[in-house]
Write a new protein. Structure first.
Length: 226
């Protein structure tokens, strides 16, 4: 599970960002100062960084991390929206920049994109099923599967952490972008799981790839079943 370091001294916004990212399946850490951010950065896979921090400012945090050759992706989320500040942050080594107030869904999408670009070419194998995360491709018995964009997004989500159970609500948020409490029916998840299974040649009564966890949701089996 990828770990994200949230550097934000506004408690309400920190809770909002942390909650949104944890719903996406990420682990989070919180720092409320620039000094804490520099000290905690080695524990993280990505930094979500405010610039207006007490003590060591966000720009100094970027400078110190890059001078120390830390290559973790940095997404700046700041109320400072002038072009000069944005350019300065990017020149120092930030990978992306969002101006507050920002849309939470856009922030999550940018985090996901930065992590995807930073990953090595990762492949998940379950029996004869091979999922190539970065290239967004899936193969069964070395044959490329003809999946719709939504079916592929569903499979890639399940493949992020094989064996992890995803509730229907979390899948609706991750794959369909549905907000909590939205009118999107959770049965759409069941319908697409059925479609995905059909294309995988999977039997729901004896699944080899996508397993139903009663009362909880779905998961990609992390080892082939004989």
């Amino acid at each position: 599970m990828e770990r994200l370091l949230i550097v934000e001294d506004d408690p309400q916004l920190a809770r909002l960002i942390t909650s949104a990212l944890e719903r996406e399946g990420y682990s989070t850490l919180l720092a409320i100062s620039g000094l804490d951010a520099v000290q905690m950065a080695p524990q993280a896979d990505l930094l979500v960084l405010d610039l207006g921090l007490p003590g060591l400012g966000g720009l100094e945090v970027i400078r110190e991390l890059r001078e120390a050759d830390w290559s973790l992706p940095i997404l700046v989320v700041s109320a400072q929206g002038s072009e000069d500040i944005r350019v300065r942050a990017l020149e120092l080594g930030a990978d992306d920049y969002l101006t507050k107030p920002m849309g939470i869904r856009e922030m999550v999408a940018r985090v996901r994109a930065l992590l995807r670009r930073s990953r090595p070419e990762q492949e998940i194998h379950v029996g004869d099923l091979r999922v190539v995360l970065k290239r967004r491709q899936a193969f069964r018995a070395n044959h490329l599967l003809d999946l719709s964009p939504t079916e592929l997004d569903l499979l890639l989500t399940l493949a992020i952490n094989p064996g992890e159970v995803w509730s229907r609500e979390r899948l609706l948020q991750r794959v369909w972008g549905a907000e909590r409490g939205s009118a999107v029916d959770e049965r759409v998840v069941d319908s697409y799981v059925a479609l995905l299974r059909r294309k995988l040649g999977d039997d729901p009564r004896a699944p080899r790839y996508v397993e139903t966890v009663f009362g909880q949701g779905y998961r990609l089996i992390d080892r082939p079943k004989i």
